[in-house]
Structures are given as structure tokens and as C-alpha cells.
Design a protein around this ligand. Structure first.
Ligand SMILES: CC(C)(COP(=O)(O)OP(=O)(O)OC[C@H]1O[C@@H](n2cnc3c(N)ncnc32)[C@H](O)[C@@H]1OP(=O)(O)O)[C@@H](O)C(=O)NCCC(=O)NCCS
Length: 209
């Protein structure tokens, strides 16, 4: 009888995530599902301080693929995520470095990882809503008037305790030169045309063109 091929433990293991090791032993890599408690832990203090928006743990699981993390001695010490907002706009979200790891370049490395993700899928510009203006400027972002950003950017603000006295500043980086100017000139509509339904002859199912 022909033997069924059984995958070895090695081949059954998940594909390695991209990572980078630093001299200080901190590993920067894509997040995994089992990082969620660590990510939630780092964010929790900043949520209490009103620095970060609360994100339910269930949402962290749903969007874990948006995250990069810094890991040291088996602990998550920093995280950042890319949220896609529209066809030309991404947002740096949930950026948090554990206080005892501040000033070691982790924030900048994670923002760069998020920007690399955005570049990889051709996002022309990325924003952040922040009070850490100096940090984002050092990462190449510039302040932009909040009024120039679409309302969609502010949809999560309903969850923010500071929503009635918001002091966050919008910063933007163009990953394609001139992307912000182009968006402003085009007067973006933030709607997409509904695709036409075609009923091909002889077919029972409509095809979306
Ligand atoms: C903001 C934060 C992510 C920075 O992380 P970090 O790892 O300490 O920052 P880095 O060490 O990568 O700093 C990178 C650069 O930004 C500068 N920088 C960092 N924090 C800064 C600040 N508050 N103001 C001005 N510049 C700052 C650093 O001096 C460094 O500059 P350099 O490249 O010229 O040396 C971190 O302080 C944090 O977690 N804050 C609380 C959560 C938060 O505010 N998140 C942002 C929400 S959008």
C-alpha cells in the first residue's frame, strides 16, 4: 500500500517571518498571533494615559498582520502597525515603545518597517495622528493641516476620551514624491464607482466587470 507522505515537523512549521537582529539582541520582525498579549500589554499603559486609542484584543487578533514588533529576551518591547485607509492613504497606528526601551531607535525602525510595507503595496502616502511631532519629523514626516485629510481618517475618534479636546497633530510622508499635492489637486472624492453588473448570455451568474 502506498504510504501517505507525512510532513516532518520541520516542513509543518510556519514559514519564517522576516526579521532583523541588532547588536543589542533586539529582534525586529513581523508580529505573530502569540504576540497579541505582549502588544496589548505595551499599549495598555499608553491607552490609560490617553496617548493611544484603545483597541480591543479581538481587534488586535483581526489585524495582527498589520503589525511589526521588537522582541527582546522573549518579550515584546515595541510595536507598530500599518492601517490602510483608502487607495492612496495609509496610517501608522498603535506605535508604542516600552518606556524602558525609549531612545534606542526602536520607534524609528518600526515606523520604517511600516513604511516598507506601504511601499511594497504601492501606498503613495502615509499619515499619523500624534502628539510626538518631533519624533515623526525625524522619521521624515511633515505636519499637514487636519482639514486636508478626509473624514474617514477621524472615524476612530469616537473611541477617544480626548475627542472633544483633541490635541493631536496630523503628519504625513509622501512615499511617492508629490503624492499629497496630487491628492489635493485631484480633490479626492472618497467614494468608488459601483461596478456595473453584466449578465452574459447563457450564464446564470452575473459577472462584475
Ligand atoms: C514616540 C515613541 C514611539 C518614540 O520611540 P523611541 O524608540 O523612543 O524613538 P527613537 O529612539 O526611535 O527616536 C528616533 C528619533 O526621534 C527622536 N525623538 C524620539 N522621541 C522624540 C520626541 N518626543 N520629540 C522629539 N524627537 C524625538 C529621537 O531623538 C531620534 O532622533 P535621531 O534619529 O536624530 O537620533 C515613544 O516615545 C513612545 O512609545 N511614545 C508613547 C506612544 C506614542 O506616543 N506613540 C505615538 C502615537 S502616534
Amino acid at each position: 500500500m502506498a504510504k501517505r507522505s507525512v510532513p516532518s515537523n520541520e516542513s509543518a512549521a510556519p514559514a519564517p517571518v522576516s526579521s532583523s537582529d541588532r547588536d543589542d539582541g533586539i529582534v525586529i520582525r513581523r508580529a505573530r498571533l502569540d504576540d497579541v498579549p505582549g502588544i496589548a500589554g505595551i499599549m495598555a499603559d499608553y491607552v490609560v494615559q490617553g496617548v493611544l486609542l484603545p483597541r480591543p484584543v479581538s481587534e488586535l487578533y483581526q489585524c495582527i498582520r498589520e503589525f511589526h514588533v521588537a522582541e527582546h529576551d522573549g518579550e515584546i518591547v515595541a510595536c507598530a502597525a500599518l492601517r490602510l485607509l483608502w487607495d492612496d492613504l495609509g496610517e501608522v497606528r498603535s506605535l508604542a515603545v516600552r518606556p524602558d526601551y525609549h531612545g534606542r531607535g526602536l520607534g524609528a525602525v518600526l515606523v520604517n518597517a511600516v513604511l516598507d510595507d506601504a511601499r511594497a503595496i504601492h501606498v503613495p502616502r502615509v499619515i499619523a495622528l500624534t502628539r510626538e511631532i518631533g519624533f515623526f519629523e525625524s522619521c521624515g514626516f511633515s505636519i499637514v493641516s487636519r482639514d486636508t485629510l478626509p473624514r474617514k481618517v477621524w472615524t476612530d475618534c469616537v473611541r477617544c476620551p480626548r475627542r472633544h479636546a483633541c490635541d493631536e497633530v496630523a503628519v504625513v510622508i509622501d512615499l511617492i514624491p508629490g503624492a499629497s499635492q496630487a491628492a489635493a489637486a485631484a480633490g479626492r472624492s472618497w467614494t468608488l464607482p459601483i461596478p456595473h453588473l453584466l449578465q452574459p448570455s447563457g450564464s446564470a451568474l452575473p459577472v462584475i466587470s
